[in-house]
Design a protein around this ligand. Structure first.
Ligand SMILES: [Zn+2]
Length: 154
């Protein structure tokens, strides 16, 4: 939920974050995480049936039933702890997204500084991203890339 004051200058070495994880921070380290799987991650109503988790720090991103599976192609830069919005980085076009209609429906999410009307969604805790995107002109549309987060079987 926190606006990232660091903007595009975010830089957290993954090795350091991992080291902190291993020391047992207040994260759900014991939870079994799985990759996105169309057969497992949503129910008949197309809502996410599993908790969305940051794959890097295991921070909770979104509770079950919050997002709706949506087929929408969008280019996202590769996941990193340091990226520069507005450049043309390597990335991939992602098709499957969770559509969330209210930013307050997230458990934890951060936003990159906007360039024109685009903000990237990042983990609010470790700031790894982008895990999704948001156009400021569409205040009720937040997209989480299904393959950019992990899922918790609880
Ligand atoms: Zn994280």
């Amino acid at each position: 939920m926190a606006e990232s004051t660091e903007g595009e200058e975010v830089a957290v070495p993954i090795s350091r974050v991992t080291a902190e994880l291993l020391t047992g921070q207040s994260k759900s380290n014991a939870v079994q995480l799985i990759d996105f799987d169309l057969a497992k991650c949503y129910g008949d109503d197309k809502k996410n049936s599993l908790m969305l988790i940051c794959g890097n720090c295991k921070c909770k991103v979104m509770k079950p039933g919050t997002g709706t599976l949506t087929d929408k192609e969008f280019f996202l830069p590769d996941m990193t702890t340091k990226y520069a919005i507005g450049t043309e980085p390597a990335g991939e076009t992602i098709k499957d997204h969770w559509l969330v209609v209210d930013m307050f429906h997230f458990e934890n999410v951060g936003f990159s500084r906007s360039v024109e009307d685009l903000k990237y969604l990042i983990c609010a805790d470790c700031e790894v991203g982008p895990i999704g995107w948001h156009k400021t002109g569409n205040p009720n549309e937040f997209y989480i890339a299904c393959t950019r987060v992990k899922y918790a079987l609880e």
